[in-house]
Design a protein around this ligand. Sequence first.
Ligand code: 26Q
Length: 805
Amino acid sequence: MANTVTKKQFIEDYQNEIQSLFAEDVNKASVANQYHALAQLVKRYSNRQWTSSIKKYDIDKQKQVYYFSIEFLPGRYLKPNLLNMNFLEMVREGLQDLGLDLDVIAEQEPDQGLGNGGLGRLASDFMDSMPSIGLAAHGNGIRYRYGLFRQVFVDGYQSELPDDWLRNGNDWEIRREDHAVVVRFGGNVYLQQTESGHMEPVYENSEDILAVPYDNAMIGAGELETNNLRLWSAELPHSVDNEYVTPEVRSRVKAICRDLYPDDSTYDGRILRLRQEYFFSSAGIQSIVRHFLDHHDDITELPKYVAVHINDTHPTLVIPELMRILVDDMGIDWEKAWDITTHTMTYTNHTLLAEALETWPIDAIKTEIPRIYQIIDEINRRFFMEMQGKFDDNLITSIAPIGDGSIRMAYLAVIGSSSVNGVAPLHSDLLQKDVLKGLYAISPEKFNNKTNGIALRRYVHEANEPLAKLIDSKLGKVWRDQPMAIDGLTAYADDDQFLQELAKVKQANKRAFAKFIDDKLDIQINTDAIFDVQIKRLHAYKRQVLHLFYIITEYHRIKANPKADFTPRVHIFGAKAAPSYYYAKSVIKVINEVANMINNDPEVGDKLKVVFIPNYSVSIAEKIIPAADISEQISTAGKEASGTSNMKLMANGALLAATLDGANIDIIKAAGRENEYVFGLTTAEVYKYYENNDYSAQAEYDRNPELQRVLNSLIDGSIPNIQSEGWDIHDSMLRDNDQYFVLADYADYVKTQDQISHDYLDKKAWTKKSLANIAASGAFSSDYTVARYADEIWHAPYAKDLQLL
Ligand code: 26Q
């Protein structure tokens, strides 16, 4: 039931909240305290719905979904929560009456950056959509003491500082020590026969760690339902006499939840990461089984009432952990336990990069979680037994959970689940044909696609209020509730007045963004320029260098011909590099130095600016996206599983400059190719180069003088203040034969960018394209995505009548 609170009531409650928390009057309180009190009050308002959702799920025995993810990237909660409670306007006005500004107060909230990028943010978008469609689905993750590092630039180089997000406390969470569970690591384990005849494990010298949950309300739109995001924190068990605990033991426990691993692209088999994975997998499964048994008698009915989702391979240990509980703790036979487990588990893959597939050395698993090792070994043994005779031995060996001295997490996840999905049609297709080919051969029925989606409430309704209100003025509010209804905007494609209003909204957003950049970085940008945006993690396959090469090309052209016509551009980057990713850090340095060179060249003036915004985060994304004209989605075809910034930017009226990769393909289909800028090699062409092994970066270089000038400029001293970084890029292109086909796509990219510069001058035609993108964005609402997961993967009911496509 949605809350109703009048403005008058809110003002009184808020004054009381500040009084009781801080013993001062509203206007005397610091902005920080104004924020804390507001968050506390919103939490109080929302708690009633939370309790009632959870109670109702239990009474109705509604199927519960548990979404396990080692990362969640919520950003801020205040405004999205107010929006979903339908309190945004009321609170804004109430605060105004008190002489306060909601937007100023909201800026006080630290981002919760408990994720690296796309995967973690997708999990948080799902957390918004699930209660919004009335689906009983809860998150399970880790409460990292420090989130993703804070990025600063020192002399153009990335430097990493700790993200101390909990310094002033977290107003949203509730610590629930009464729901803590013990997670067991290490020691020795052997099996002993019990009196009743079954084998029971006996543990010696194990390390017992207390997992304490912190619960966070996930408030659905209109407060349809409120679900739980449970983040676990590691502590010493109370049974351990604290006085006798050595500092070493204490710090081993603390280490588990201290840091988020900041690498999202290359697999790094550090033991602490394995401990993190088992820690939250075990804690989550224990608490699910405990809760289930409080409300049900028959554990064999688990798959009917519970679905456990494995978000990428990081939580794969939920599979052997559930087996352990069923077999060891509950005395269920293996076959029955395996049947329960495989019908409960479902898995999503998020990557096509071979180097990112997780494997763990057998020895590491044996040492850290010996009983889990025995269980995986048994899963592996039975897998061989079941498959032998049915399939070729080489095939079986190549896809077994254990092989080459390692546990292969993706294979274990597929074998232990009833569903395996990719995150865009191309990606799902390549999983079947390439990455998981062998497993597809033995169980094709498990494989399916679920195209990613985004929380339009955050990225449009909240982050771009002027656009949302303009849409309301034509369509009413129906599109907020039924996102596909936004395609009603196509009726205004020839309405000059509407197009002008739309252009005005974009212009106002660009001015607001320009002010932000001026205040923050002291860079002045021309709001008549094309705002050309690339915001995502820094990775070779995402090809920020291709974008950089175009910028250098533009610069060379201006210098060669300073008087020529030029459509002004502002190139905007936001990107963090993994601290150990040497090449990515060189790219950051070079972009920063090219920015310095261009931004300070009086001959360039207002025509060209390059802005690299440090510390890209969810809250910064919310400032950039509404102001974007061009969305750079230029990964090598066949490498980006889906992408999600592509969807966020199109929903805000940016046009794609894109390769045919990931969900770009689906966006292009939905909005119409004539409304995007598509270029570059196709996946088939890329694979052909792999097969024939006949790609020559040198040949690309040799045939294109403009490209030669770009590459030469990296190493001939013309970019001030770079050292070996220019060579790093140059070498990756010519010495290492350009693994990601940057040079192959350069000419087509430049041509496409030039077309953009030309087309932008026709304001009306441009705005029409922008409108086509906005009107096509409804299909990418994560409300639909989670509804499809619910229908086709989890078989879980939800209340909302969403007209599915
Ligand atoms: C693995 C092992 C050890 C340490 C870290 C990791 C790790 C951490 C994060 C591996 C991968 C990630 C994140 C991957 C990711 O964000 N993938 C993106 O997922 C998006 C949502 O599906 C897609 O849109 C993107 O295409 C995909 O790159």
